[in-house]
Design a protein around this ligand. Structure first.
Ligand code: NDP
Ligand code: OXD
Length: 309
């Protein structure tokens, strides 16, 4: 079997040892030098050039290099009959759990405020509530959101999550569907975004959402830049409706050097590192899906292009 690799975030030499170790029977070719396109049966991709997947006439499987698949579904010429598999990798899930715990604790324990006080030599005791009196909400209770929510519940936080379908997770109140969004937001003093970027979720971190949060809420976006309406965040920070924001993902990445987020005292910027794909563990997950393809088995992590994730 021959597979092609294309990526805008990482190089083929970084991936080749991992792919070859996990799938020793597969020949990998890096775009654009893939030889005869008709020989390619599997594509391992991150932001494939529009039309590139459609140029592979015998393609049988598309493997995403990331958990999100908006980079694939954005292709207007996407061959919709070819199964798309998103990346589900326990290593990546643990990274996201660590990131979310770290950022929630920072906001909960008022670390940004203490930093600002220190820079002005101010000794002012601020006392955060205990975790059980801090209401945290996670938009998205999938692979990553559910794991983060359960971990925060285990730390004692008053947890809730919002998803399309109801969930039954230990210590996590479940809110599902558009009709439950307002009541979910009304109780979220710290809001974490971990939904996929779809037509239904684009711009979800905008004024309508911010206005429904308790005054002074914190916002953590580890989903996608397209979830955030940047001007609405700046306005909500200026008005005090939002107190702090932690942003890992941006509409334009890398974040342009002159972007106002860089120097904003109430914004923490991290460079899309909440859960970076690890080629070695990702290649293991991909190998499992290749085995399923060959065996004709169902894919547990199959994407539904009509729903967008
Ligand atoms: P999953 O597909 O496992 O979970 C998505 C969750 O979002 C599900 O709970 C789903 O509901 C919910 N959801 C989707 N659409 C809606 C909607 N319209 N209304 C309510 N809930 C909705 O995704 P993952 O957890 O694996 O990943 C989530 C996202 O995290 C990725 O798409 C990606 O954008 C981002 N990500 C960011 C990384 C980073 O480093 N910053 C790294 C990896 C991922 P239901 O359960 O009912 O289907
Ligand atoms: C992903 C990501 O989707 O890295 O995996 O954001």
């Amino acid at each position: 079997m021959i597979a092609a690799f294309t990526s805008t975030w990482d190089s083929f030499p970084n991936w080749a040892p991992a792919l070859r170790r996990a799938m020793p029977g597969v020949e990998f070719r890096a775009a654009p030098a893939i030889g005869d396109p008709a020989e390619i049966e599997v594509a391992v991709v991150w932001w494939p050039p529009p039309g590139w997947l459609a140029s592979l006439p015998n393609l049988r499987l598309i493997l995403s290099q990331g958990a999100g698949v908006d980079h694939i579904l954005a292709d207007p010429l996407l061959p919709r009959h070819v199964p798309i598999i998103r990346l589900v990798d326990p290593y990546m899930t643990r990274s996201m759990v660590e990131y979310v715990i770290f950022q929630v604790l920072r906001l909960h324990l008022k670390e940004p405020e203490f930093r600002r006080q220190q820079s002005r030599h101010i000794w002012r005791e601020l006392t955060p509530p205990n975790a059980e009196h801090r209401r945290v909400g996670i938009l998205g209770l999938g692979e990553l959101g559910a794991a983060a929510a359960v971990a925060l519940a285990a730390l004692g936080f008053d947890m809730a999550g919002w998803s399309r379908s109801p969930k039954n997770l230990p210590g996590v109140a479940s809110f599902s569907g558009a009709e439950a969004l307002d009541s979910f937001l009304a109780r979220s003093e710290i809001l974490v975004c971990l939904v996929p970027l779809t037509a239904a979720t684009r711009g979800i971190l905008g004024r309508a959402t911010f206005d429904r949060l308790p005054r002074g809420a914190g916002v953590i976006n580890a989903g996608r830049g397209g979830h955030l309406v940047e001007a609405d965040l700046l306005a909500a920070l200026a008005s005090g409706q939002i107190s702090e924001a932690v942003l890992d993902v941006f509409e334009t990445e890398p974040l342009p050097a002159d972007h106002p987020f860089w120097d904003h005292p109430q914004i923490v910027v991290t460079p899309h590192v909440a859960a970076r794909t690890n080629p070695f563990t990702a290649a293991e997950a991909m190998a499992g899906n290749l085995r399923r393809l060959v065996a004709g088995e169902e894919f547990p992590d199959l994407v539904d292009p009509d729903v967008g994730y």
